[in-house]
Structure formats: C-alpha cells, structure tokens
Design a protein around this ligand. Structure first.
Ligand SMILES: Cc1ncc(COP(=O)(O)O)c(C=O)c1O
Length: 495
C-alpha cells in the first residue's frame, strides 16, 4: 500500500509551524520540501487534503492550496485536483543533481556539460575545479601511443601500473618521505582508496576517529563500512587541531583507524603544522591505531607553507592521495601509500570492489603525476584571487558571519550567527544557489551553525552567490518561525 499522511501527522512533522508571515504559503512549502529532502516524509506519500491540513494547522485553505501549488511547480508534488497530492523528488540532471525551479540566476559558466549544478543555480555544494587544461589532453595523447604495448597482457592489475607507482613514489621521496614503488597501490580516486583501507583494516562496529567537522563522503564511507565514527572537535569548536583531545581520544578509545585531513582540511582549509603531525603519528602508534592521512588537497597550498608528509614521521602511516584536485576529478585516479605488506593486503581486499583500475587512465596519470607542477601555479593564483574575493564579500555583505581563514584547499568554513544552516540550504534554490548544510560535515546533527562556502568559482560568480546568501538570510531573519521550524522539524516516522 502507498504511504499516506494524515493532517495531524503532517502537522506534527511540521513541528509547530504556524501562520503569521505575509508569505505563509511559501514557508509551509519550504518546510514540506525539507521534510521530503530529509527523508522524513517518504517519497510517494499521499499528503492530507488541502481542507484537512488547513483545519489541522488553523490556516486558510488558500495558504495550503498555494503551498501545494508551489511544491507542484518545484517538482516536489504530483497529482492534486481530485486526487491526493503525492510527494516526489524533481527529476535528476545528467550530473545526478536535483532540478529546482524558481527565480534562478543564469550563469554561462555553470552551463558547461558535466558541471553538477542544476542549470541556472550557482553551485556552492561542490568544492571542485574544472580540468587543469591542455596538459590532461596531452597526457591522454601520450597514453594512447603507449597502450599497444599493454594489449597482449590480460589487463587486470590490482596494484597498478609500475610507471605510475614509480612516479607517485618519486614525489613522496622528493617531499621528504622516501618511498618505493612497492609501497604504492593505484586506486580510482581517494574515495575508493578509503573504501579499500576500511575494507582491509576495519571490521564492523570498530571505532574510527575522525576530525569534527570532516569530509562528508569519508564519514559516509566509514558508516557504510559498519564502523563507528569517533568525532574529535577542533580546538574549542574553532578550526585547528586540538592535539590534547586527539591524543586523549586515541588513548582512551583506542580506535582501529584514525582518518585525518591535515593538508588543507575539508571543509575548514586548515593546515596542520609539523609539530602536530609528529605528535599525532606518535600518539596513533602508541594507541595501536592505524593513522589514515588523506592528502587529496595537499597541492592546493595557497600560501606556500611547507609541511612534511605525515608518512615521514612514521612508517606505519597509511596515506591516501589523488589527482582530483591538482588535475581533475574526472580522471578518477588516486593511490594509497603504505608498507609493502599492507599494499598487498589492500590489493587482496580490493578485489571485492573491483579488479584493478583502467589502464589508459593509469598511463595518462603517470604523465600527469610527473607534470604535477605544470598546472599548479595558474590554479593556485586563481584560487588565491577567489579566496580573497570571497573573504572580502563575506565581510562586506555578511559581517555577522565569521569565516576562518583557509590556508589552502577549496573552501571556507563559516560560523553563522544562528543555527540556520539547514534552513538556508532548503531555501537557497529560491535565491539561485545550491548549498551543502553544515550538518553534512558532522556526526549526530552537529554544525547547524556552520556553512562551507567554496571559493572554486570566479570572483564575479562568488559576488552573485554571496548576495544570494545575504538575501536568503534576510528572508530567514524576517521569518523567525520558519527558521525555527526548519531547524526543529522532528525526525519522526510517518504513519
Ligand atoms: C578530503 C577529500 N578526500 C577525498 C576526496 C575525494 O577525492 P577523489 O575524487 O579522488 O575520490 C575529496 C574531494 O573533494 C576530498 O576533499
């Protein structure tokens, strides 16, 4: 039987939503949209009739009719006119994101194929860059000429092609962590690498220490592996590692793994200094915890601050790297650096996920790792400009937000004046932007007072985005009840 929701059931889920505002219908639509997006109202649920809901909420029938009409326009409801309206999610774009309608801002930079934003929306949910340019094309052209030499083989290679492993190893050696090719396993990106490490080293119910906030897809991978994330807050909730707390958590909880992003941490952009790296590596070794260091953002060193790879402080460290940020996410090429024994274990563990990476990509990646320094100066210069523009725009238009200065990476982590992150995210498409709410970066609903704002877009687009953020916050400021409801809507199952 299709699920349905009674008027009193929806009224309960709406968490005390009430009349009052001039555009009450829009607020009602926003809250219902949040409930659907959050999964608190299941898809294909029949909503109560307009009459029943207006009675349960004590609002005019016109308010409910207008709210349902808006949700229908936005693609969140089907049916009506005689039949019960049913919840749905708007169709997906080719890039896999939801299409919202509304007064969207047109930006030609966002209409390029493959970009994740629904057409017309400025995408602040992703912190990624386009390809590094002609160097990628050149690498694939060279790979094509090298491919025939591999064709007589079977093509399955669970560890990865030797020239790529040698190139990655040489880069670590040059950075101060002497490395041989048998210490490198090639993966399809850093996310894949983490999944392999989890599969090989962490059993269900085992603890994995994480920074809090942390990279959402890593948190998802840890949960999906059946492990329990142990969050350790940054210093007093401010960006920057609180090494006393990290050490205490390692000693007391003895997690199986610790997953950290010391190089331009996502989302805060912070850089861990060498003395903390050394201390962390020692503390993990003393606790018997495998330290998994994600270096995906290491090359985006905007202030040219030199640090040593954590692997240089302990041979037991497992390091994850990727070409996604230095060259392009579309390459889907990364690696794990570990002891030769562990590399063999990872190679065995990966076979339940895949049987090796595609060889063309690996041939091209070997050229790209050797050419890593070629695209970086232009990429870093553009990111510096965008970072400066974003911080200035935020200070000018949203002075009540506190943006921690990111030493590198792709985003700034902003403290909001109130716990409005989810509410902002829900109404953001109405203002032409797409956001990732702060709680995505935390465990157990934390970070409702934070928002990650990437500086991956050019300054002109960032200006439009910050003005949109200002307008969205103004709307919430003018409707405190909406803000409360969006925050408090309880996570209750539906009847
Ligand atoms: C810290 C971190 N790790 C991993 C990834 C995913 O990298 P990949 O595209 O190589 O899977 C990202 C992407 O944003 C990231 O920021």
């Amino acid at each position: 039987m299709m699920p349905s929701l009674t008027a009193s059931g929806l009224s309960r889920l709406l968490g005390g939503w009430n009349v009052g505002a001039a555009a009450a219908y829009r607020e009602l639509a926003d809250v219902v949209r949040l409930l659907v997006l959050d999964g608190r109202v299941a898809l294909d649920t029949a909503l109560p009739s307009e009459r029943a809901l207006s009675e349960a909420l004590g609002v005019s029938r016109t308010t409910v009719t207008a709210a349902y009409a808006l949700l229908r326009d936005q693609g969140f409801l089907t049916g009506g006119q005689g039949s019960r309206s049913r919840t749905r999610i708007p169709p997906l774009t080719p890039a896999g994101t939801t299409v919202f309608t509304g007064p969207a801002r047109k930006d030609p930079a966002l209409t390029a194929p493959g970009l994740a934003a629904p057409e017309g929306l400025i995408d602040l949910a992703y912190a990624s860059l386009p390809a590094s340019g002609e160097v990628v094309h050149r690498a694939f052209a060279a790979a094509l000429t090298e491919l025939p030499a591999l064709l007589p083989g079977f093509g399955y290679d669970a560890i990865g092609l030797l020239p790529l492993r040698e190139a990655v190893a040489a880069r670590y050696s040059a950075a101060g962590a002497p490395t041989t090719a048998d210490q490198i396993l090639v993966t399809s990106g850093a996310q894949h690498a983490l999944n392999i490490v989890l599969r090989a080293l962490a059993g269900r119910q085992e603890r994995v220490l994480v920074e809090h906030p942390s990279y959402p897809n890593a948190l998802d991978a840890i949960r999906a592996a059946g492990c329990r994330p142990v969050p350790v807050a940054f210093s007093g909730g401010r960006p920057g590692w609180d090494m006393d707390s990290m050490q205490a958590a390692l000693q007391q909880q003895r997690p199986k793994l610790a997953y950290v992003v010391p190089d331009f941490h996502n989302p805060t952009g912070q850089l861990m200094p060498d003395f903390q790296r050394r201390r962390l590596a020692r503390a993990a070794a003393a606790a018997g915890t495998v330290l998994v260091v994600d270096e995906t953002l290491r090359e985006l060193n905007l202030d040219s601050i030199w640090t040593t790879p954590v692997a240089a402080f302990s041979p037991a460290v497992v390091t994850i790297g990727s070409l996604s940020k230095s060259h392009w996410g579309g390459l889907r090429t990364g690696w794990i650096r570990a002891t030769p024994d562990l590399v063999q274990r990872f190679a065995a563990a990966r076979t339940s996920l895949d049987l090796g990476g595609p060889l063309m990509e690996q041939l091209a990646a070997a050229h790209l790792v050797r050419a890593l320094d070629e695209p970086l100066p232009a990429r870093i210069a553009a990111l510096r400009d965008s970072r400066a523009a974003l911080l200035e725009l935020l200070a000018g238009h949203l002075p009540e937000w506190e943006a921690a200065y990111p030493a590198g990476g792709l985003s700034a982590w902003c403290r909001l004046p109130a716990p409005i992150s989810t509410a902002l995210t829900v109404i953001a498409p109405d203002f032409g932007i797409r956001l990732a709410a702060g709680p995505r970066f935390g465990v157990g609903g934390a970070f409702e007072r934070y928002l990650r704002v990437p500086f991956t877009l050019p300054p002109e687009t960032l200006e439009a985005a910050v003005l949109a953020l200002r307008s969205a916050q103004d709307r919430l400021d003018a409707a405190p009840q909406l803000r409360r409801t969006l925050r408090n809507a309880p996570a209750v199952a539906i009847a």
